[in-house]
Design a protein around this ligand. Structure first.
Ligand SMILES: [Cu+2]
Length: 163
């Protein structure tokens, strides 16, 4: 009994080991492929297709609001996830806040300036201090390499008054 059971057990173990090895090899191959795709996309500046139905919006302040002092800006997102900059995960990106309508080339990675703020750690809010007067705010969601999605995923532009 035992004599016949052992080879059966061994071959079952071997089969499992072979399957696990195949999975591991497949994972490695996929990881290598992903890495190659990522570096090609980065070098060639290829835009990531926008996640299906992705939308960004300003939770606060609202269009027409008057704010004072340092004020909180909260970012809303639906149908997409957030990942830190530099981390490529399908269906994710990070927020950028456009202040006072800067010129933006939607086909290029976004520069970091006083009017284009990156939230590459995956933040979903910030505190802003702006000069008194009227200002506009707009969110622009971009991929792991700071490049806007295709089509771009941006919020409505709101106008606020800072006292
Ligand atoms: Cu960025």
């Amino acid at each position: 009994m035992i004599r016949t059971a052992v080879p059966a057990l061994l071959s079952a173990l071997l089969l499992t080991a072979t399957a696990a090895h195949a999975d591991f090899a497949k994972d490695l191959k996929n990881a290598a492929l992903q890495k190659a795709n990522n570096s090609a996309a980065e070098k060639l500046g290829i835009a990531t297709p926008a996640p299906e139905g992705a939308k960004v919006y300003l939770i606060s302040p609202k269009d027409g609001d008057t704010v004072s002092g340092p004020f909180k800006v909260q970012f809303g997102l639906s149908n997409a996830g957030i990942a830190p900059a530099g981390t490529q995960v399908d269906g994710t990106g990070h927020h950028h806040l456009l202040i006072d309508d800067p010129q933006v080339d939607l086909t290029q990675p976004l520069p970091a300036t006083d009017s284009i703020k990156h939230f590459g750690k995956g933040q979903t809010e910030t505190t802003l201090t702006l000069k008194p007067g009227k200002h506009t705010l707009q969110l622009l969601f971009a991929d792991w390499k700071h490049q806007p999605f295709n089509p771009s995923v941006a919020s409505d532009k709101i106008t606020i008054t800072v006292k």
